[in-house]
Write a protein that binds this ligand. Structure first.
Ligand code: PNS
Length: 172
């Protein structure tokens, strides 16, 4: 059983992530998409929501499982009996940091290999932060994220609008 971990914040999952998940699921017997719980960035979505969006988006991929993890990634990979960590590379700018993380992870566990996959060209500029920014200013991100993420983003946008409206009314 060749099991791989695909870790990330997934705040929220994009079609760029989905592209890597789908391609990794063809190479490995099982891919565990692992959502980091304690990330230093303050996420827009709760861990439960990030997990649910990923579960919905990957429900047609039978050898993909979605889970969360806390602490060191290699320790989680060991617990899961995984032999590889999958990472997506979008551009040269991703490389330096990913390279450092891969070397540190290998130092922590020499048996776990980091496998880099190049993102498809159409998603090479895409990031979760860009999605959040465009969507928060009312821009369309259709075709760039799974359908379920569109629903979550529009929910966020309408609750933000409601809050701002209330604040304006209070000031008046
Ligand atoms: O989607 P992101 O935010 O780029 O994902 C980063 C993530 C969660 C993969 C990375 O921060 C991570 O592996 N965190 C777990 C803590 C850890 O093991 N750190 C040492 C790696 S060098």
């Amino acid at each position: 059983m060749r099991r791989a971990i695909y870790p990330g914040s997934f705040d929220p999952v994009t079609n760029g992530h989905m592209d890597i998940i789908e391609r990794a699921s063809k190479i490995f017997d099982e891919v565990v998409v692992a959502v980091a719980v304690n990330i230093s960035k303050s996420p827009m979505f709760l861990i439960e929501d990030r997990l649910f969006m990923l579960q919905e988006a990957s429900k047609n991929l039978p050898n993909v499982r979605v889970d969360s993890f806390d602490g060191l990634l290699v320790r989680y990979a060991e617990e899961q009996g995984a032999s590889a960590i999958v990472k997506g590379l979008r551009a040269l700018s991703d490389f330096e940091f990913e390279f450092e993380m891969a070397l540190m992870n290998r130092r922590l566990d020499t048996d776990i290999e980091t496998v880099f996959m190049m993102t498809s060209v159409e998603y090479s500029y895409l990031s979760s932060s860009m999605i959040k920014e465009v969507s928060s200013f009312g821009g369309s991100v259709e075709g760039l994220v799974p359908e379920i993420v569109l629903d979550y983003l529009s929910q966020k946008a309408s609750s933000t609008r409601r809050i701002m409206q209330k604040r304006r009314q209070k000031k008046e």
